[in-house]
Ligand binder design. Structure first.
Ligand SMILES: [Zn+2]
Length: 295
């Protein structure tokens, strides 16, 4: 068949493979919280795991690993996106935000252990830059481990309370915030600010679902407003549990935690009677829309 020459460029476009950014089918799972441990072997295992479950993970990446992770993501564009691990108190943080953005990273995190409260105004230039790039910010909230008690550290859970995210969410509406661990143990605080901030979500990773495994319907008292119509709840709000997104908090290469956390989520959400459509959003839909800038 002869193709009119004015159609030839269109034909060439039609047969070229579509770029990674044009991935259309949503994955079944989006894990918003996976730590890279710096071991390339872990990346291969993670990609294989995500292939097996049709999953996509946001991979928390230290600046030293930026180049390696960028290259790996380029090979597995439908399985991974990058989060740049910056320190709010690092004087080079702004430059690092630029570098992560230039490398195609979709967000920053896990942000943790600040010397001031998360909402301290001295951190606002970092949030402004992140907003300019429409980044996702993953913050640690609530209790944090203390793996080396013999070493003095300037860390306090008090500076990472979930309520410190409220002012950031309101001041920077183009940022999407994910608070890790639902502020353990300040669950009610975390859920209430997520109720009114459409750009604020939490994951349930960490010890909370283990702590409450014999009392899973406890979470209905935290996410209480499903189906309630009142001037005191956001109009047209979906299921209250949709303020939650899936995060496994795999760290130090322990990929087995992915399946364990997935099972805990399923058991908890089923026990609370969360409808399938809402669960689909929790496990993938919500983050997928955010990644595609479709709020
Ligand atoms: Zn984490």
């Amino acid at each position: 068949m002869r193709i009119p020459c004015y159609l030839a460029p269109l034909l060439i476009l039609a047969v070229l493979p579509s770029p990674a950014s044009a991935q259309i089918a949503p994955p079944k799972i989006v894990d918003a919280h996976v730590h890279y441990n710096g071991d390339p072997a872990f990346l291969e295992k993670l990609a294989a795991k995500l292939d097996s479950v049709d999953g996509l993970a946001l991979l928390i990446t230290a600046p030293k690993d930026l180049a390696a992770v960028k290259a790996f993501i380029a090979k597995h564009p439908n399985r991974l996106r990058g989060l740049g691990e910056i320190k709010l108190d690092d004087p080079t943080a702004l430059d690092q935000v630029d570098q992560f953005h230039a490398a195609g990273f979709v967000g920053l995190g896990e942000i943790t252990s600040p010397l001031k409260n998360y909402d301290d105004r001295s951190y606002w230039p970092i949030y402004e830059r992140a907003e300019k790039y429409r980044m996702i910010l993953l913050f640690h909230t609530g209790i944090v481990n203390r793996l080396h008690p013999e070493i003095p550290t300037d860390i306090s859970v008090d500076r990472m309370r979930p309520l410190t995210l409220d002012g950031i969410a309101r001041r920077f509406p183009q940022i999407t915030i994910v608070g890790a661990h639902l502020g353990n143990p300040d669950y009610a605080d975390a859920a209430e600010i997520a109720r009114w901030n459409p750009n604020l979500y939490f994951d349930l990773s960490g010890s909370s679902l283990i702590k409450k495994q014999d009392d899973p319907t406890f979470w209905k008292t935290i996410f209480w407003w499903s189906g309630i119509v009142s001037p005191h709840t956001p109009p047209g709000a979906p299921d209250a549990f949709e303020r939650v997104v899936f995060g496994s908090d795999v760290f130090e290469g322990e990929l087995e935690e992915f399946d364990r956390e997935l099972e805990r989520y399923h058991k908890t959400l089923d026990a609370c009677g969360v409808p399938k459509a809402a669960q689909d959003n929790i496990f993938a839909g919500t983050m997928w829309k955010i990644l595609n800038h479709k709020p």
